[in-house]
Design a binder for this molecule. Structure first.
Ligand SMILES: [Zn+2]
Length: 381
């Protein structure tokens, strides 16, 4: 913890037991749970805490829940239906602070190594390095006293834009009632309302995600051109914001430089992305980077055993995937599964997490978006 940083209770080794609810600083400004206000909410939190302790006791049967987020939107956005908004995220953090033992990911990894994982342990992670992680999520984390780990694809800091975001933002801003992309081998899409635009963006994303690297970059450029608007340059964090996260006592993690699908790279290129991504992030933040998240993250599909070995040799202490579930013995510290609770009430999110304790780590088909990732295959342009 840097001087002047704010305290995350879980950030100190052996951080305390969850506060039993009523953590007013967490719930303020108000983040009412639509389904479970007031006292009923406390009953729900108590029940989930007890359930989590039963399903994940300390000792040999301990399990680890790692929550995964990408963007945390200031307000719900029909163009990004899979991303959490501030209200939902606040309820999730209230749930975690009250019912789980939240700790930084590298502490959980260390404790797994020592066979010393506490009961109902959980971690919070963010992928890619979006600016709203700093602007929207960090104040909520601070209010709730929840530590977190931010996996940053360093190549997009300071004005970069990932290819899927470029498509979404181009369609959002396109003028007129339709967008004619027939010259790109696509279709003429309707833009009459929010639902049309969301559907259009999704159709273009699905039609573009498996294009070769250069062809996809060219398609992104031409879609943006057809939409006729300038794309945003402030979607990702700045280097200064990344440094501020570290100085605030939050944890940073490696996520490569340009967010490629590692399994599609030569070994030399994959090593460069993993190792140089770590070094560049360390130079920016001035701290050692010890955790890693595989881009796109599906075991055996987006990366393989050779990349797990590279992550180990690059000096990381552990890594997370996008397989769905809770880690359990025998733990693989370099392939920890995660969960993404999209549910917008404390009750539903809590039940989702309890349910995840029973799942070892399932790969959700060839489309992580369907069950895990918030917006799209996150491969970089
Ligand atoms: Zn990612």
């Amino acid at each position: 913890m840097e001087p002047g940083g704010f305290a995350f209770p879980g950030a100190a080794r052996g951080g305390g037991e969850p506060r039993m609810n009523g953590s007013p600083e967490c719930a303020s400004p108000p983040m009412p749970d639509r389904a479970q206000p007031g006292r009923a909410n406390r009953v729900v939190l108590t029940a989930i805490r007890l359930g989590a302790r039963v399903l994940s006791p300390a000792g040999r049967r301990a399990r680890l829940l790692v929550l995964a987020y990408h963007r945390v939107l200031p307000h719900p956005d029909p163009m990004r239906p899979f991303d959490a908004d501030a209200g939902t995220f606040g309820r999730h953090m209230e749930l975690l602070a009250s019912a789980f033992r939240v700790m930084p990911l590298t502490e959980a990894i260390e404790r797994i190594g020592e066979g010393n994982l506490p009961a109902h342990a959980a971690c919070v992670t963010f992928d890619d390095g979006y600016a709203d992680n700093y602007d929207v999520a960090m104040p909520v984390l601070r209010r709730c006293g929840v530590p977190a780990t931010f996996f940053v694809a360093v190549g997009y800091l300071d004005g970069g834009l990932m290819w899927n975001d470029a498509i979404i933002e181009a369609v959002r801003q396109a003028r007129g009632p339709s967008l004619d992309l027939r010259s790109l081998g696509l279709a003429q899409y309707q833009l009459g309302n929010d639902a049309d635009r969301a559907q259009t963006a999704r159709a273009i994303l699905l039609a573009s995600r498996y294009l070769p690297f250069e062809a996809r970059a060219e398609r992104v450029r031409r879609v943006a051109e057809a939409a006729g608007e300038k794309l945003p340059v402030d979607l990702m964090m700045t280097s200064t914001q990344v440094r501020a996260l570290a100085q605030a006592g939050l944890e940073l993690g490696g996520h490569t430089i340009s967010h490629p699908i590692l399994a599609r790279l030569t070994p030399e290129r994959a090593w460069h992305e993993i190792y140089e991504g770590k070094r560049r992030l360390e130079r920016i933040a001035g701290v050692e980077i010890r955790a890693f998240a595989y881009p796109n993250g599906r075991p055996g599909l987006d990366y393989d055993a050779s990349h797990v070995d590279m992550v180990r040799r690059a000096g990381f202490a552990g890594a997370v995937t996008t397989a769905w579930g809770a880690a359990r013995a025998p733990f693989d510290r370099y392939q920890l599964p995660r969960v993404m609770p999209r549910d917008d009430t404390v009750l539903r999110a809590g039940l989702r997490l309890l349910q995840a304790y029973r799942i070892k780590g399932e790969v959700c088909g060839r489309d992580p978006e369907a069950a895990f990732a918030p917006a799209a295959d996150r491969a970089a342009p």
